[in-house]
Design a protein around this ligand. Structure first.
Ligand SMILES: Nc1ncnc2c1ncn2[C@@H]1O[C@H](COP(=O)(O)OP(=O)(O)O)[C@@H](O)[C@H]1O
Ligand SMILES: [Mg+2]
Length: 282
């Protein structure tokens, strides 16, 4: 039977072992549902990137996972405790089952290789039995899917706009049809309209392919628009997790209301509502 969750995180903590130590993630428990877009919000430095890297075992010293479990529930029905896997076994999970689009990813493409070649490399590494023709066909299809278009296969990164390069990175993350894609502030360097367009497309792709997305940003208004649920983080802890609608209309925690209130685009009538809510709660 297929679990309704794709990932369950329990009591997960990460410390940076510096002087003094930084408790970057503290006892985080979170269920990620199959097919949902979960927005992870919170001010800069609250631990979003550390949490995202931690659940994918991408942290390096001085970071250390000090407690918790991260369980992946495959669509085939098997569950795997990711923190217990050996490195070789874990590598099978990366890209194949869980993929990541990093902060600043649009600048991570190799400038001297065509984007078709860079996409094909993902298949060469992870699907070594594919023929060259199959790889080319897959790459062309991926570029179509993310809205770059197959006629760009031979283009080099500098010939593409920032938004197009970002779409290429998303194509790479989708290449092996993962069940979960983690995106850490992937679009912050783009102008607001391009950013929104890319996110709406991810939302459509998610419906088509059925993967889940963890989308990380400090831009709460954007998350309210694209997320099914939102997790609010503060100083390493999860403050509140709820549907986007409940976060917007019925935030339970004062910190969430303060965060909402700090975005001019959400204030006005909303600000009045927030203030009324706080008075009501007092
Ligand atoms: N390599 C590091 N060494 C020490 N502290 C770190 C390191 N990386 C991040 N931190 C600290 O961990 C906390 C969480 O950082 P981070 O996960 O990057 O937050 P966010 O992604 O929400 O901005 C911050 O206090 C940050 O200063
Ligand atoms: Mg970050």
């Amino acid at each position: 039977m297929t679990s309704e969750n794709v990932l369950t995180v329990r009591d997960f903590s990460v410390v940076y072992d510096v002087d003094p130590p930084v408790e970057a993630v503290v006892d985080v428990s979170l269920d990620l549902r199959r097919g949902e877009i979960l927005g992870l919000a919170g001010e800069s430095g609250c631990g979003k990137t550390t949490l995202a890297y931690g659940i994918q075992r991408l942290l390096k010293p001085p970071a250390a996972i000090t407690s918790g479990s991260v369980t992946f529930h495959d669509e085939s029905g098997t569950s795997t405790e990711l923190l217990d896997l050996g490195n070789a076994e874990f590598q099978r999970f990366r890209w194949d089952k869980i993929s990541m689009v990093f902060q600043g990813a649009m600048n991570a493409l190799n400038p001297v290789l065509s984007i078709g070649k860079q996409l094909a490399d993902v298949f060469e590494t992870h699907r070594p039995r594919m023929t060259r023709e199959e790889r080319t066909a897959e790459c062309a299809q991926l570029l179509d899917i993310v809205g770059v278009g197959r006629d760009r296969l031979r283009s080099y990164p500098h010939e593409l706009s920032g938004g197009m390069r970002q779409r290429v990175m998303i194509a790479m993350a989708l290449a092996l049809r993962p069940q979960l894609m983690v995106m850490d502030e992937p679009t912050t360097a783009l102008d607001v309209l391009v950013q929104r367009e890319i996110l709406l497309q991810i939302s459509d792709l998610r419906e088509e392919f059925g993967f889940s997305v963890v989308f990380i940003t400090h831009d709460l208004p954007l998350l309210l628009e694209i997320s099914d649920r939102i997790a609010v983080m503060r100083a390493g802890r999860l403050v509140e997790v709820d549907t986007a609608s409940n976060i917007y209309h019925h935030a339970q925690h004062e910190y969430t209301r303060t965060l909402l209130g700090s975005f001019p685009s959400l204030t006005g009538d909303r600000g009045k509502f927030l203030r009324a809510g706080e008075e009501g709660a007092a």
